[in-house]
Design a binder for this molecule. Structure first.
Ligand code: PGA
Length: 253
């Protein structure tokens, strides 16, 4: 009932030329895929060219961040409308690197989510606990706080929301959550979505797992009832391995 979604977050990797070469190779590899929504999140500089290179493929393009205001004196920032104008249909919000390296707060994440939905971009809102928070049994408390603030004031516009659970200790570390750990947290997130938004919205929202997703572990993760796809970093940089992750999500690996 929920179409799986698999997104590659390229972070600060790839030039315009490299993005176009990836698009060319990747389109061919996933040309037959109809049952998984696929999204690529390039750096801002490659967004427009990548959207052009993917035209007609059904593969979506995402920004990796945005500013909550529509326009103004915010040097270095990009608005939701600008992302749409450049060809994006999605935007990643509140990635742990934004939160931990750049000091983004829960309240800022919430403002960005509202800005995204206001511009008809699908927000992929990231939540996740650090290792210290997990080890002190604060995982659910941290997630509840992030969800509460991230979804504040969203109710009616939550129809397109995607949530990504990315335990910080699993990102880029090669140490992924087990399928059981992911399922436990995803079920908790879905229950919180029902509380903060409403039951019918919670049932239809995609909740992605992220953190060291690879071709070899994606099938077991995606087989969990509340895991609706993946947000992929390192393994999304190569078209071949990302295409394998798409196949694994479909249970074909
Ligand atoms: P990773 O990154 O797959 O390299 O662990 C995931 C992410 O940061 O979204």
């Amino acid at each position: 009932m929920r179409t799986p979604l698999v997104a590659a977050n390229w972070k600060m990797h790839k030039t315009v030329g490299e993005a176009a070469a990836y698009a060319h190779a990747f389109r061919a590899l996933v040309a037959e895929v109809r049952d998984v929504e696929i999204v690529l999140a390039p750096p801002f500089t490659a967004l427009h060219a990548l959207a052009g290179a993917l035209a007609g493929s059904g593969i979506g393009v995402a920004g990796q961040d945005l500013h909550a205001e529509r326009q103004g004196a915010f040097t270095g920032e990009i608005s939701a409308g600008m992302l749409r104008d450049a060809g994006a249909g999605y935007v990643i919000i509140g990635h742990s690197e934004r939160r931990h390296l750049f000091g983004e707060t829960d309240a800022e994440v919430g403002a960005k989510v509202r800005a995204a939905t206001g511009a008809r971009l699908v927000p992929i809102m990231c939540v996740g606990e650090t290792l210290a928070e997990r080890e002190s049994n604060r995982t659910f408390e941290v997630l509840d706080r992030q969800l509460q603030a991230g979804l504040a004031g969203l109710a009616a516009a939550a129809g397109s929301l995607v949530v990504a659970y990315e335990p910080v200790w699993a990102i880029g570390t090669g140490r992924n959550a087990t399928p059981e750990q992911a399922q436990e947290v995803h079920a908790h997130i879905r229950a919180r979505l029902a509380g903060v938004l409403d039951e019918s919205i919670a049932r239809t929202r995609r909740i992605l797992y992220g953190g060291s997703v690879k071709p070899g572990n994606v099938a077991a993760l995606a087989a969990q009832p509340d895991v609706d796809g993946a947000l992929v970093g390192g393994a999304g940089l190569d078209p071949g391995s990302f295409a394998e992750i798409v196949a694994g999500t479909r249970g074909l690996l």
